[in-house]
Write a protein that binds this ligand. Structure first.
Ligand code: 3H9
Length: 691
């Protein structure tokens, strides 16, 4: 079936793209569009054209699957140029999203009509590239430069009404956008209105500071990323260039960037997220959760309750302690109030959300819930007791979830009446902000229930990844191996500042010790205590954390942890910690050595990758995409490096194995033995993604 169809509506040709799922401009679309427009131009009975899309959306961009492959003619840029230069008026009818190449296509049309729910944007930089089909040159002529530069650089989308205000869209309608575009085309003919081509407009000038300020902003918000800076350079250059020069420059830059390592990493992150959040083995079902119960109104329970409220789901928040319950409701109210003050939420929306919240001291109201999640104290017996109480009141078809971050959910489930409905939903703190959600399948969880919690995760606006039962699941399990190496390196000669700097320079938002300080050293310490009878002698002796806790250094919240913090939580190096580490080494007779940055980076990353390989082999994660999605969305792994497993493939698994063996000879094979899967893949020059 053809991806392009033309229907004659009197003197107007309606050209429609039908290339599911998102009408990307793959080669068939580009060729088909060129042919259809040429046919319309040479048909004397046709006097105007409407360009629209079938399906859920207007064109959502170039076909990302074609990126990095040999280019095929015609280039999208040429197709758009031809459309813009056509002698008959062309109106774009936009619904859904007009993104990237899709927005560029719309900008090449002479007029634009958009559905009121449509959104437009140039998110190319989120894929490590820049708008390569004329978007920069055209938008810099059509829209206020401040908006245009913001859209190019950050990938921010705008609504139809914002697009109308900015002069990017000519007309906004509610529904029937194709008919509205046809009506506009008819009016253009009737009134003999002129064709408007972006290329014929002068570039809109701006303060030169617009570009320098954006570059500075991007250094913080998009640290180390090439594409956002490149797009600002190109946007600024349009102000001194003619249209064709700008178009050619963008094409050249796009070609350079699309094969860059950053773009490959970004593309992997994009596709990995789609694979990871919709695992093919699970049924695609509706979550069916209209009423949720949350048991435990501490920090996690409060955040989880907010996730449901934000998604418009009624919440019964159960807590045994009245004061805690009251404080939780106040926290939720305060959080929303702050959002209202910042203009991110309207007062009526806040009120509507608060009305969905039902705080209670008893379990009775849980009887109407479709799903109940417990977020009580992290203790096996406490969890078992709470789940038993929940099961005694909920409907037989209700899902029962635990928010445990470490405990064995199989063991919890075995103590329950109906293990098939028991699952884990591991939210990350602060739960209402963090995007990652590790959904956990226990041994007896039913596929239907698992499908429902995946769908629920999406409804909550999360990135839900399904993982198996394991100590720390996927994310924390890998993190614990990295953390262990970081602590070992403190003993061997590194200082927290050096370790953190190396991780930061790699692209993490913060280093291991800064992260520990943020989460609370008492949390890390309690976690250590809970495992103390299972850890090795070396780990037991590595007691810097114990000494920090003894000195009442609990991290940011106490003003001191690995670093010192002022009232605004600004961080400085603390000589007391340096001394504490040096004394610890002396007392234990450890010999200090210089540890270079490369060793720090390798030990951090390879410890994670090796554990990732074990996780894959055990089936705790089914695919490398799941691990990478977890690390990008929950632990700040730089997206432009594609995730730890993708990064390992990039380095080459033979090298990873060789370095792991090297650290085995240095630190001990107990900690550093290549995972069997890693070894097997390295032996055949394979990769995690090409297993
Ligand atoms: C660009 O345009 C460069 C230009 O300047 C031209 C230069 C020459 N290509 O996200 P979903 C697939 S750069 C190919 O789950 P949603 C996706 O993999 C591009 N495939 O749905 C998935 O497949 P599957 C600029 C694509 O409703 C399916 O569509 N554009 C593309 O949650 C559904 O996707 C962008 O950056 C694509 N461009 O969200 C937009 N897009 O079912 C990227 C999607 O097999 N796309 N797929 O897993 C998006 O942001 C979201 O997909 C969108 C829909 C908002 C459109």
């Amino acid at each position: 079936m053809s991806v392009i169809t033309t229907t004659e509506r009197g003197q107007i040709a309606l050209i429609q793209i039908d290339n599911p799922p998102v009408n990307a401009t793959s080669i068939d679309v580009r060729r088909g569009l060129q042919e259809a427009f040429r046919a319309a131009m040479s048909n004397d009975a046709i006097r105007a054209v409407v360009l629209a899309c079938k399906g859920n959306t207007f064109v959502a961009g170039a076909d990302i699957k074609e990126f990095g492959k040999p280019p095929q003619d015609p280039h999208l840029s040429e197709v758009i140029n031809e459309i813009e230069l056509s002698s008959k008026p062309v109106v774009a009818a936009i619904h859904g999203t007009a993104l990237g190449g899709g927005m560029e296509l719309a900008l090449g049309c002479h007029y634009r009509v958009a559905d009121s729910k449509a959104r437009l944007g140039l998110p190319e930089t989120t894929l490590g590239v820049i708008p390569g089909a004329g978007g920069i040159a055209r938008l810099m002529r059509l829209a206020p430069p401040e908006l245009a530069v913001d859209m190019f650089a950050t990938g921010k989308l705008i609504t139809s009404s914002e697009a109308v205000s900015a002069g990017v869209v000519d007309e906004m309608v509610s529904g029937e956008v194709v008919e509205a575009a046809i009506a506009l085309a008819a009016r253009l003919l009737l009134d003999n209105l002129a064709i408007r081509r972006c290329r014929e407009l002068p570039v809109r000038t701006s303060e030169p500071s617009l570009f320098s300020e954006m570059r500075e902003r991007l250094k913080r918000s998009h640290r180390s990323q090439v594409a956002p800076q490149a797009v600002v350079d190109l946007a600024q250059a349009t102000q001194g260039e003619d249209f064709d020069t700008s178009i050619a420059a963008a094409r050249v830059r796009f070609r350079e960037l699309v094969i860059s390592e950053q773009a490959k990493g970004m593309r992997n992150a994009f596709f990995a997220e789609r694979v990871a959040t919709q695992p093919s083995e699970l049924p695609r079902v509706d979550h069916g959760v209209r009423d949720a119960g949350v048991v435990g109104a501490g920090t996690m329970g409060t955040g989880i309750a907010m996730c449901f409220l934000n998604a418009g789901i009624h919440v019964d928040l159960v807590e045994q302690d009245e004061k805690v319950l009251f404080a939780s409701v106040e926290t939720i109210r305060k959080n929303y109030r702050r959002e209202v003050e910042k203009g991110r939420l309207t007062e009526p929306t806040m009120n509507a959300r608060m009305e969905l919240l039902q705080p209670t001291l008893t379990y009775d109201s849980l009887s109407s819930c479709d799903l109940v999640i417990e977020a009580v104290f992290e203790d096996m017996q406490v969890k078992k007791d709470v789940l038993a109480r929940i099961e005694s009141v909920v409907r037989p078809d209700a899902i029962v979830a635990t928010n445990t971050s470490y405990l064995n959910i199989d063991e919890i489930a075995m103590a329950c009446q109906a293990p098939e409905r028991i699952v884990g939903m591991h939210f990350f703190s602060p739960a209402h902000i963090m995007r990652l959600l590790e959904n956990v399948r226990a041994r007896h969880s039913s596929p239907q229930v698992l499908g429902r919690i995946q769908s629920l995760g999406k409804k909550l606006g999360k990135v839900p990844v399904m993982v198996g039962v394991s100590d720390g699941f996927v994310g924390n399990r890998m993190l614990s191996k990295r953390a262990r190496e970081c602590y070992f390196m403190l003993e061997e000669g590194a200082m927290p500042e050096q370790v953190d700097r190396v991780l930061y320079e790699f692209g993490f938002p913060m280093g291991q010790f800064q992260m520990n300080d943020l989460a609370g050293l008492d949390v890390a310490w309690r976690n250590r205590q809970s495992r103390i009878d299972r850890i090795t002698k070396r780990e037991l002796e590595c007691n810097i954390l114990d000494e920090l806790i003894e000195s009442k250094r609990f991290g940011q919240k106490s003003g001191a942890g690995f670093y010192r913090y002022d009232e605004q939580r600004n961080r400085t190096t603390d000589p007391e910690v340096t001394q504490l580490i040096l004394r610890n080494r002396d007392r234990r007779g450890l010999v200090r050595r210089e540890i270079d940055d490369q060793e720090i980076l390798e030990r951090c990353l390879f410890a994670m990758i090796n554990e990732g390989a074990r996780i894959l082999e055990e089936g705790v994660a089914s695919r490398p995409e799941e691990i990478d999605t977890i690390w990008i969305n929950g632990y700040g792994f730089p997206k432009y490096r594609g995730g730890p497993m993708f990064y390992a493939d990039h380095i080459g698994l033979r090298i990873v194995v060789e370095r792991i063996r090297h650290y085995g000879s240095q630190v001990g094979s107990v900690f550093w033995t290549p995972a069997p899967l890693l070894e097997r893949l390295a032996d055949v020059d394979g990769g995690f993604y090409s297993r």
